[in-house]
Design a protein around this ligand. Structure first.
Ligand code: HEM
Length: 183
């Protein structure tokens, strides 16, 4: 049964890697290549979200909850999988709402930022999975060098959570002000 998860996770990983390249091409590229990247990004993102949900569900179906939640490494793996899904869902929602204008100016840079953040998160998810399956990569050493202790549960200090909440509120306020100004 474990083979099912091992097989299914390749889909979100491959789709998200391709989506990152397409975002860079769509925002920073020019001409026909940029047009193709812009047109194909949303369908690819929708496919990637479906693939990620299937991969996540397979993780919960293949191994018992108790075993999953008992291990700090699996907890970290699950946490990163959900963060990656959240960031790529936000990117897809922005693209859905803004359409072609999402690639221009500041909005384009927001897509680039989210795509790079999402890539980092799925890379950490995958590398933790590799660790769990007994195939650690050099990328885990980079995470460890950054100060993340792979064998302990990841957590954010309370001040960082408060800071994130403030940044979120600030972004919502800026969005509301921007909308009022444009109407
Ligand atoms: C987007 C979501 C996910 C991705 C991209 C992902 C990725 C991976 C990868 C790349 C591996 C290593 C497979 C290999 O070496 O062949 C792995 C293993 C593993 N994953 Fe996930 N995973 C995801 C979600 C989950 C979730 C939600 C759970 C648990 C509820 C989970 C539990 C595990 C476990 C326990 C292993 C170790 C397998 C073993 O020991 O053989 N994964 N995952």
């Amino acid at each position: 049964m474990t083979g099912i998860h091992h097989m299914l996770v390749h889909f979100p990983i491959a789709f998200w890697a391709l989506a990152t390249l397409l975002v860079l091409l769509a925002v920073l590229g020019r001409g026909r290549a940029a047009q193709i990247a812009q047109a194909s990004l949303l369908p690819l993102l929708l496919l990637s979200l479906l693939a990620a949900v299937v991969a996540i569900v397979s993780g919960f179906l293949v191994w018992p909850w108790q075993a999953n939640l008992y291990s700090p490494m699996v907890r970290n793996h699950i946490l990163m999988a959900f963060w990656a899904l959240a960031v790529w869902s936000i990117l897809a929602a922005l693209l859905w709402r803004a359409g072609k204008t999402a690639f221009n100016g500041k909005q384009g840079w927001t897509l680039v930022f989210l795509a790079l953040l999402g890539s980092g998160l799925f890379a950490v998810t995958g590398t933790l999975g590799g660790h769990l399956a007994g195939a650690p990569t050099a990328f885990s050493q980079l995470i460890a060098a950054l100060g993340w202790k792979l064998y302990n549960t990841f957590y954010l200090p309370t001040w960082a959570l408060l800071l994130l909440a403030l940044v979120g509120l600030g972004c919502a306020l800026l969005g509301m002000l921007g909308r009022r100004r444009s109407s």
